[in-house]
Design a protein around this ligand. Sequence first.
Ligand SMILES: Nc1ncnc2c1ncn2[C@@H]1O[C@H](COP(=O)(O)OP(=O)(O)OP(=O)(O)O)[C@@H](O)[C@H]1O
Ligand SMILES: [Mg+2]
Length: 131
Amino acid sequence: MAQRGRSQLEKSETGPANIMTKIEAVIQNSKLEAVKTALQEIGVEGMTVLEVRGHGRQKGHTEVYRGREYSVDLIPKTKIEMVLADAMVDKTVQAILGAARTGKIGDGKIFLSRIDDAIRIRNDERGEGAL
Ligand SMILES: Nc1ncnc2c1ncn2[C@@H]1O[C@H](COP(=O)(O)OP(=O)(O)OP(=O)(O)O)[C@@H](O)[C@H]1O
Ligand SMILES: [Mg+2]
């Protein structure tokens, strides 16, 4: 009984659907349109796009942006955030890699993390149904 009680508690703590992943992709600004097109082709619906500044391991010093070398250490980049059903994650990562890679430094990075729940504000839909 104690065992069953604990598993029920765990279930309620993890919410209705512990089956979502957030992808945060930092890409070159010039690749946004190509990445958006690739994402549309595989059926990605919701996304948030942010204008960000950052640097990776070269600390920005040797990167070229719009044809000139940047003298500051934070270079303009684009970040795309998506929360996805897990079944979509692998093909989404492949789509981003295929559209965003130039093979040069500064191409960016993809981060994956777990999402416990989501809620559509309009109608209280939860979990994967809210995406
Ligand atoms: N560890 C990190 N945490 C958060 N953001 C990062 C991290 N690494 C890179 N970024 C973001 O990604 C952008 C592009 O990073 P970048 O592609 O230059 O990474 P890198 O590790 O230097 O790889 P490369 O050698 O291919 O340039 C950075 O400007 C920053 O916004
Ligand atoms: Mg770099």
